[in-house]
Design a protein around this ligand. Sequence first.
Ligand code: DGL
Length: 262
Amino acid sequence: MESYVGVFDSGVGGLAVVRELKNRLPREAIMYIADSRFFPYGTKPREQVISRATALVEFLEAHGAHMVVVACNTASSAIFPDIQHRVGVPVLGMISAGVKSAQLATRNGRVAVLSTPGTARSHGYLRAMGLLDPTVDMIELQSQELVNLVEAGSIDGQDVAAYAADVLKPVREFRADTLVLGCTHFPFLNSLIQGILGPTVKIVDPSKELAYEVGLVLEKCRLTTGAGRQDRFFTTGDPDDFLDKARLFLGDYVSKVEVADV
Ligand code: DGL
C-alpha cells in the first residue's frame, strides 16, 4: 500500500501544519483529513473529541498512513498518551512541541498560550510545561470565536483585529515575552497578532518544532518516503467548501478534495 504522513484537524487549522511539513519534508506525501462535519472541537466534551480523533487516526492508518500527526491542540490534549496503544503507527501531537518551542523562546520565563476552551480546560499546556521546565510561568488564554473566524476564512479586517486585541490583553498584563499559538487555526492570524503585541513578544507556532520531530521519527523508524506522489485531502463535510478554504490558505496546489465517510 502507498504510504503517507497522515494529518488531521477539525477543519482548516491543520493546513498550517501541512505547510510546515511541506517546507521541511518536501519529499513526504501527506494525507490530510478535516473533520469539518464535526467542527468545532474546541467547545465539545472531551469524550466526544476523543471518539472523533480516534476514528480519524484509525481512518488514516487504514488508508496507508505510516505515521499520524495530530494537527489539532484540542485533540492532542485529549487523546495522548492513550492513542499510541490503540494504533500500530507512531502518533505525534502539538502540545509537547508547543512547550518545547516556548521554553526555548522565552527569556523572562513568562509564557502565554492562546487556545480553544477545550485545550485550556484540559490544562495540557500547563502540565506539559510543568514537566519540562517548572521555572516557566504560564498563563492560559482561550477564544473559540477567533477559531471560528479563521475557519470561516476571516483572517484580517477591523472586527477580527479588535476582537483579537481584547483576547490578547492579558499577555501584556502578565508580562509574557512569548505567546504560543495553541490552536492550529491561529498561525493564519500570525501577522495580525504580531501587530497587536508588538515586536517584544515572540510568537511561537508549535508546528515548526513538530515538523522537525516528524522528520526525526521518519528517519529513526526508516519509514519510506512518498517521493513523487500526490498529497491527498479529505473532509467529512462538503468537499467544494473545503477545497475553497484549502486554496485560500495553501494556494493552488490543493486541486481535489475527497469525501471521507468517518
Ligand atoms: N485547530 C484545532 C486546535 O488546534 C481545533 C479548533 C476547533 O475545532 O475548535 O485546537
